[in-house]
Write a protein that binds this ligand. Structure first.
Ligand SMILES: Cc1ncc(COP(=O)(O)O)c(C=O)c1O
Length: 347
């Protein structure tokens, strides 16, 4: 537990030790061999974005020419981050507009076809923007191909606990890969799950083959961070360390996350119920229920999203994504009417 008033000076380059300890434990579980065997290099970063950027600089410096494979579509900032890091990237198929689901065959084929030793960027849970996550069986198959091709998994975990309501469930994908003994990278963010948006709190974790390698990787990450921003912020790091380190606060946080995730699931259900009750066309709307997290891909195309805005005054991104976190139960019926009209009356 960090005491108030303690350490008003700069943090070390790698960040607050108590934060780095709990962030690794939240991600992997305290008993995970990667932690017990000290095979993990954890460095506090400037939230999710800054941690991804640090990893980008690390890849550019130590894996020259290696490619990062990014899902199509993905969070808008991924491409900017790797462009600015001077790391080449290409896309793998992810979203299938026909099913408003995962293009699993396409994803596997593209990961297989990539040059051996590529970094495969995966959203640990609650894929942004689609809300579509692989099933546990699909994660196993993704891990198989990555292993076969000697690729390096690179997870972006921006919604741990916010997707299912459970920190452990949302880290299952990362833990599955770690259990295979793979070397991997994980960028974490506390913007959403602890509401620390403006504090810029996150971490980059690199799982290595040995504790010796982890020590060296950590040292190199620090060499990159020092001229980039010198050291990370302390206030939010203390918030995370104190919340996780105090059993009463930790339980309160977990209960609140469960409530938030539960509310979003309730909104999904209500939207689905309204869509199926009103739409008589026989269209299958179950993709809404299969998606997870705060975002939902509605399957609406650009012209249809324009109808949503111009006729119904529903403002959404042109790729068809809506944020369920901003939707109340009372507005589900109106939204469902707008979606049905846009689907059937605009092509
Ligand atoms: C997939 C994904 N990665 C990373 C981030 C990074 O957010 P931040 O830099 O606020 O932690 C976000 C935020 O929206 C995100 O959706």
């Amino acid at each position: 537990m960090i005491e108030r008033g303690e350490n008003k000076e700069y943090l070390p380059i790698e960040g607050l030790a108590a934060f780095n300890k709990v962030t690794a434990e939240l991600l992997f579980g305290a008993d995970n061999p990667v932690i017990k065997q000290q095979r993990l290099a954890t460095v506090q970063g400037l939230s999710g974005t800054g941690s991804l950027r640090l990893a980008g600089a690390f890849i550019e410096r130590y894996f020259p020419g290696a490619k990062v494979l990014i899902s199509s579509p993905t969070w808008g900032n991924h491409k900017n981050i790797f462009n600015d890091s001077r790391v080449p990237w290409s896309e793998y198929r992810y979203y299938d507009p026909k099913t408003v689901g995962l293009d699993f065959e396409g994803m596997i084929a593209d990961i297989k076809a990539a040059p051996e030793g590529s970094f495969v960027l995966l959203h640990g849970c609650a894929h942004n923007p689609t809300g579509i996550d692989p099933t546990p069986e699909q994660w196993e198959k993704i891990a198989d191909v990555i292993q076969e091709k000697n690729h390096i998994p690179f997870f972006d975990v921006a919604y741990q606990g916010f997707a299912s309501g459970s920190l452990d469930t949302d880290a299952a994908s990362v833990r599955l890969f770690a259990a295979r003994g793979l070397e991997l990278l994980v960028a974490q963010s506390y913007s959403k799950n602890l509401g620390l948006y403006a504090e810029r709190i996150g971490a980059i974790n690199v799982v290595c083959a040995s504790s010796d390698a982890a020590t060296r990787v950590k040292s190199q990450l620090k060499r990159i961070a020092r001229p980039m921003y010198s050291n990370p912020p302390i206030h939010g790091a203390r918030i995370v360390a104190n919340v996780v380190g105090d059993p009463a606060l930790f339980n309160e946080w977990k209960a609140e996350m469960e409530m938030m995730a539960g509310r979003i699931k309730g909104v999904r259900q209500k939207l689905y119920d309204n869509l199926t009750a009103t739409d008589k066309s026989g269209k299958d709307w179950s993709f809404i229920l299969k998606q997870i997290g705060m975002f939902s891909f509605t399957g609406l195309n650009k012209a249809q999203t324009e109808n949503m805005t111009n006729k119904w005054h529903v403002y959404m991104t042109k790729d068809g994504r809506i944020s369920l976190a901003g939707l109340s139960l009372a507005k589900c019926e109106y939204l469902s009417d707008a979606i049905i009209d846009s689907y059937h009356n605009v092509s």
